[in-house]
Design a protein around this ligand. Structure first.
Ligand SMILES: Nc1ncnc2c1ncn2[C@@H]1O[C@H](COP(=O)(O)OP(=O)(O)OP(=O)(O)O)[C@@H](O)[C@H]1O
Length: 420
């Protein structure tokens, strides 16, 4: 587990991180989100002992990184994929990291296979694409078979197949009981990958909750209602009736109505009572991106003067406040379905397919959503055909086989080999 208590970092007058307290628990993927310059990299650097806190502390398994016994084998990280000696081959780069930590050479070949770089293992990394560099950085992070993994923007530069692979890798690692802390600006990806979120803005903690609770707390669900396009008077009539019943109506660009404040069955009844035909009556749940934009809009430092995120933010009706989440239960939404005994659930949440991959080499029971028939010897190398929507189940921590290396932060890899 990673634990930060009152973590603060100042660079001269600039306070990059202020009074951050959070825990990153094993058995889950924890997403680390925040606008540009909010302090994510600074926090990760302090976790890895690359920067000293100005105040507070951060520990891994109870120890500051620098006091961790055999730290490189307990913690792996990808901070900057470009921090590689470009004149070395991928294999030699990993071999040098392995040697620093007493990791056997065969582990290098294993991780090259895991990240899909075995065919280019003897090529100099300076010729690598952005995505190949990311894969090499991930290989370095995995080298020590660590229980705690930090990834700063791991999908940066990866193609869709690579993104899917990283998603499944993160979930697999967490399912094996490891602590996985990953920063990303890709909200759609985080929605699929993370179980839990820590969100910071201008160096301060803004949220520490499950993805589900985060979306619920920072958005308002709404209903989309559509009347026949050919009869605009029906739309007007329905709009007036909904408003009179206490609902809030906003026009959508395509002619539909966005309704908040009333449950779907009530909207249906109002339409029926007014003799208004409906072409559509559908629930809409906000995306993580919408919720994130809503929460962080006041904490963004760098913003285009011509793009004020119009259209990306879900507007609340005048005077309305987003509903508060129920701790541990998420948010019921503004149009709660009736209980089953009163007519069943009008809109069931999508169910994810119950795919289970074979057991992994580190003792995981299976990777939800991983490809059926994926080779058991290497669960990370095979992208799954579909994206699992449900959080990976936590597995008991696997015994950590001794192996592996610190990842990039252990050595200054930006310097030529001779200079180190
Ligand atoms: N070595 C440094 N000296 C001075 N200021 C720094 C230093 N490192 C970071 N900062 C400042 O601290 C703040 C936080 O930077 P940091 O890189 O941690 O943000 P971030 O959330 O990782 O940003 P991004 O999403 O753009 O990567 C920024 O204002 C940055 O300019």
């Amino acid at each position: 587990m990673i634990e930060a208590v009152g973590l603060t970092k100042r660079y001269g007058d600039k306070t990059a991180v202020y009074n951050l307290s959070f825990q990153v628990r094993p058995g889950a993927v924890t997403g680390f989100l925040g606008p540009n310059g909010s302090g994510k990299s600074t926090t990760m650097r302090m976790i890895l002992g690359l920067d000293n806190p100005s105040a507070g502390r951060v520990t891994i398994g109870g120890y500051p990184y620098r006091k961790l016994p055999n730290a490189p084998r307990q913690v792996g990280a990808l901070l900057d994929a470009k921090a590689v000696h470009g004149g070395r081959s991928a294999r030699n780069h990993l071999l040098s990291l392995a040697q620093l930590s007493g990791i056997p050479a065969r582990r290098v070949d294993e991780v090259l296979g895991v990240v899909g770089l075995h065919d280019v293992a003897r090529r100099r990394s300076k010729g690598f694409s952005l995505g190949m560099g990311q894969r090499l950085g991930i290989a370095a992070a995995l080298l020590g078979d660590p229980q705690v993994l930090l990834f700063d923007e791991p999908v940066n530069g990866l193609d869709p197949e690579g993104i899917l692979w990283v998603r499944n890798l993160m979930k697999s690692l967490a399912a094996e009981g490891r602590t996985v802390f990953v920063s990303s600006h890709l909200m759609s990806e985080m929605a699929l990958t993370a179980d839990h979120l820590i969100v910071i803005g201008r160096g301060q903690l803004m949220a520490d909750m499950s993805v589900k609770d985060f979306i619920s707390a920072n958005s308002a669900d709404f209903a989309r209602v559509r009347t026949p396009d050919t009869e605009p008077q029906q739309r007007e009539k329905l709009s007036a009736a909904i408003t009179e019943a206490g609902g809030h109506v906003l026009p959508e660009q395509d002619g539909a109505l966005r309704v908040t404040g009333l449950p779907l069955p009530r909207i249906s009844d109002i339409a029926h009572d007014g003799d208004v035909r409906l072409w559509e009556l559908s629930p809409h749940q906000a995306s993580l991106e919408e919720a994130y934009m809503r929460m962080t809009q006041g904490a963004v430092d760098y913003r285009s003067t011509i793009d004020q995120k119009e259209g990306l933010q879900q507007q609340l009706p005048p005077g309305a406040q987003p509903p508060m989440p129920v701790p541990g239960q998420g948010q019921p939404g503004w149009y709660a379905p009736p209980p089953p005994q009163q007519g069943g659930q009008p809109f069931a949440p999508p169910q994810s397919p119950p795919g289970q991959a074979p057991a992994g080499p580190y003792g995981a029971s299976g990777v939800p959503g991983a490809a059926p028939g994926a080779p058991a010897a290497n669960p990370y190398a095979q992208p799954a055909p579909q994206a699992p929507q449900t959080p990976a189940p936590a597995a008991p921590p696997a015994a950590a086989p001794p192996a592996a290396a610190p990842s990039a932060p252990a050595a200054d890899l930006t310097k030529p080999e001779d200079a180190r």
